[in-house]
Design a protein around this ligand. Structure first.
Ligand code: COA
Length: 130
């Protein structure tokens, strides 16, 4: 059973789950700043308290918000946790963000179907790093 009501991820937990899921690394200082600016985070912990699933909404809280950090530990993938994280984030968005707030995300290959099932549609996106 996964607990979604536990503590938010520490910087170390967040970076470890990103790494385990194959997402790009970040400097711990950047992660600390980023986590503290989270609009809403969903943190899934197993019975031992280990972080096994996560996702965040970041943004201005009014006009724009982005879905980030959707990740499930590999040994727990394909068990519905990614969908559970997205459901919680979208429920929070529906209840707490103004109607019309623009939700976006950059999907990694393979994850598109998950996001399409929550109403996300393909757009031309562009991205770069500082
Ligand atoms: C993408 C990810 C978050 C999905 O989490 P999950 O717990 O494995 O997914 P779920 O079991 O909840 O499945 C939800 C949907 O995701 C899609 N999906 C999940 N894994 C998939 C895969 N390997 N290939 C294609 N679609 C996949 C399916 O549409 C699935 O729905 P379905 O079972 O009804 O077909 C997880 O695989 C992961 O952490 N991947 C590595 C990191 C990553 O790519 N994150 C996304 C960045 S945008």
């Amino acid at each position: 059973m996964i607990d979604f009501d536990g503590a938010p991820a520490s910087v170390a937990e967040y970076l470890a789950l990103r790494s385990a899921a194959g997402l790009s690394p970040y400097d711990p200082d950047a992660a600390r700043i980023g986590l503290s600016a989270t609009l809403h985070g969903t943190w899934g912990r197993d019975a031992d308290g280990a972080l096994v699933a996560m996702g965040r909404l970041v943004g201005d809280g009014g006009c724009f918000a982005q879905v980030t950090d959707i990740a499930v530990r590999p040994d727990r993938q394909r068990q519905g946790l990614g969908r559970a994280v997205m459901t919680r984030l979208m429920d929070w968005a529906g209840a707490n963000l103004p109607a019309g707030c623009y939700l976006s995300l950059i999907a990694d290959p393979g994850a598109e179907r998950l996001y399409e099932s929550f109403g996300f549609e393909l757009r031309t996106g562009m991205a770069r790093r500082v």
